[in-house]
Design a protein around this ligand. Structure first.
Ligand code: BT5
Length: 255
């Protein structure tokens, strides 16, 4: 009994007690032909990962560590938009189940009171025919206490329990998240990003703010003016130039 209200996402669930990373399992399953909507879910990861091979701290039995396989018929350049769509689904699920009001920090962080409660990692399997699979990793901190986090992230991370003061039913949260993932990914595929962008902006903590964007080869400072319909961040530097940023680590410079 999963209690799911979805038609495709989560119809196939691969649940493992423990693993290195749900991304690794999902990549493998996708290569073996796993259907659209397959979800890999675990209690703990020994090598959970973020972007650029960073470590994702995945305390046992306290979070939702999962990867979702999608097979959308869209161009590979659209892959980053799925990070934004996923962020909206995460925010809606947290709101629905806890009443908390999370914010989105472009591109892949969900924050509560300025601290990170969720990270999203979108990876791509593609070939000359286009996207074969998107592997969307979601790491959601639910019932950790401060001491459950690795020392290195204790100051920047938070959990739903730490913010609401109450333990949160993890199953309910996962059900709600998969429901919103299905709703919003379908909306995206049928109607494009325009409507979702409005929703995304209403949750964004980045837009209109002064930020520092660290990229692999340079750092830029300026005002985050908005995102394009492709999800690219528009950053205006002091010299008046508008830069399109596809991927970066964002620091809010006014906080
Ligand atoms: C992310 O990367 O935020 C993407 C995280 C995706 C994790 C999920 S869990 C299920 C699936 N399987 C995986 O192996 N991964 C996905 P990035 O933006 O690069 O942020 C990584 C940084 O976040 C780290 O360098 C730490 O500073 C911080 N961090 C690590 N663990 C954290 C945690 N549990 N909560 C908050 N921040 C954390």
């Amino acid at each position: 009994q999963t209690g799911l209200k979805t038609k495709s996402i989560g119809r196939e669930i691969e649940y493992v007690e423990s693993c290195a990373s749900t991304q690794i399992i999902a990549h493998q399953l996708a290569q073996e032909g796993a259907p659209d909507g397959t979800v890999v879910l675990t209690e703990t990861q020994t090598a959970g990962r973020g972007r650029l091979a960073r470590k994702w701290d995945s305390a046992a039995n306290k979070g939702a560590w999962m990867s979702i396989i999608l097979r959308p018929d869209v161009a590979p350049q659209k892959a980053p938009q799925f990070t934004l769509v996923t962020a909206v689904a995460v925010v809606r699920a947290i709101e629905e189940v806890t009443g908390l009001q999370p914010q989105i920090k472009w591109p892949n962080d969900i924050l509560l009171n300025g601290k990170k409660c969720t990270g999203i990692l979108t990876e791509l399997q593609s070939d000359a025919d286009g996207i074969q699979a998107l592997i969307i990793g979601i790491g959601l901190n639910i019932n950790q206490e401060k001491d459950d986090f690795d020392a290195g992230v204790q100051d920047i991370a938070t959990s739903l329990k730490m913010e609401s003061g109450e333990a949160v039913n993890r199953q309910k949260l996962v059900q709600s998240l998969l429901f919103y993932m299905e709703l919003y990914t379908q909306m995206y595929i049928e109607e494009g990003f325009a409507m979702l962008k409005i929703l995304w902006e209403s949750y964004s903590t980045t837009i209109g703010q002064p930020v520092r964007a660290r990229m692999t080869n340079q750092t830029l400072e300026g005002i985050a003016e908005g995102i394009t319909d492709d999800g690219v961040l528009q950053l205006r530097t002091a010299d008046g130039k508008l830069h399109g940023i596809y991927s970066a680590d964002i620091e809010m410079t006014n906080k």
